[in-house]
Design a protein around this ligand. Sequence first.
Ligand code: GDG
Length: 483
Amino acid sequence: MGKTIIISNRLPVQLEISNGTINAIPSVGGLATGMKSVHSDGDSLWIGWSGLVEEDISEELEPKIDQALAEHGSSKVQLTKEDIDGFYYGFSNRTIWPLFHYFMEYTEFEWDSWESYQAVNQKFADAIVEKADPDDTIWVHDYQLMLVPQLVREQLPDISIGFFLHIPFPSYEIFRTLPWRKEILEGLLGSDLIGFHTYDYERHFLSSVRRLLGLEVSFNDIYYEDRMVEVDSFPMGIDYKKFSETAAKHANRKEEELSELQKRLNLHKNLSPDAKFLLSIDRLDYTKGIAKRLNAFEYFLNKYPQYKEKVRLIILAVPSRSNVPQYQLLKREVDELVGRINGEFATVNWTPIWYFYRSMPFENLIDLYTTCDIAWLTPIRDGMNLVAKEYIATRTDRSGVLILSEMAGSANEMNEALLINPNNFEEIADTLDRAINMPLEEQKSRNAVLQKRLERYNVENWAKDFMGSLTEQGQKEKSYVAR
Ligand code: GDG
């Protein structure tokens, strides 16, 4: 049995150079957080972009960069500034990302960026081929690399390849609008196994394969050229132990061990002990519904004025893709909304919204999860949403209420949360009222069920499940070819 090669656009760390020194900064985001724990457990090599463009890497720096990455079990794919503009900010984030999240109005169809996407996918495929041995298993991740499976297959026809999509796969009616729809499907079909978070995404994919390529599909097997490709759903879990154990450790800290953030949170909790803290954590992305959530909060304060000075919304918005115009516009919109709502409702004793536009260290994230009474997550469309799962995992005393959008993949497995439609302000306001007044016993019984489920199907089991299916698929394919 060979090693596993993980491939994703970003590596578990992003490199930065300051004053000639290389700094490795942990990557934030769902894929990175999830796969990091899988990577650290096993014998794997992670291939991806280091965060540095070719233009910034001198001959002298290169071995140091390779060394810094090797310390994280990683190896780089070298990209130029032009690659990043065309492939990452262009095709990946102005075409695929909005289209797959049903934001047709944001979707651009640009030939140049498509060409860049093809060229960069080829670079990733070549980097894999250079490092792979015939008995290795290749696990390709996410929407930036959908051509990679086929490009690797062309050079290594017998190697085992799995692909996992971390975002939704849209319905056929949306997907068919993409000028390069067939190329994307064929790229993915270079895999032996294609995984999605939910059964719905899987169904959408199969429907596109049937209708656009006219291929034979039997249950979840696709007959493609002389191979059989399996498609299945694998809802991604979290590193449950890490979140629950860190939360338990935090609960036992002495006063002097508390973080500055925790001290401030405690101060405000002590000032108004019956106040409720609402929490939302997302990358600043239009799919996450942050602006809508702020409008809904204003609607709630007007509908239920008794909660003025009694609730506080803490928003952690992590900077993301700030080179793409829609993200810049969103940033401005969120800044303005926070300013307007705070200006409208604040009193000398109370600021309704605390807004952080930055990424926080892991320990602070746990402080927020464990201190806030309600997690309020309202994506307009989200492949899974791990924040919802992390919040529940940190509630070691089982208190806390999760309000979650039906449009998040995680809603499928979290029926005990309060599920809402992010476009329905009336329902949201009433659900906030219900969450604020939910008896502790009810919170505990809901969270007990959720925790049990999350603990069982954690990220390790998710990865095992995927890899197990990939191995089985290899056996099945061999018998199919032999027939
Ligand atoms: C994509 C899909 C899918 C957030 N802020 C900080 C921080 N985080 C960590 C959270 C969580 C992760 O980032 C965010 O994951 P999500 O799943 O919520 O969202 P995306 O980044 O959009 O991820 C998504 C996911 O891939 C996995 O397949 O669920 O649907 O869009 O783990 O903890 N971590 C730290 N500081 C922060 O400020 N340290």
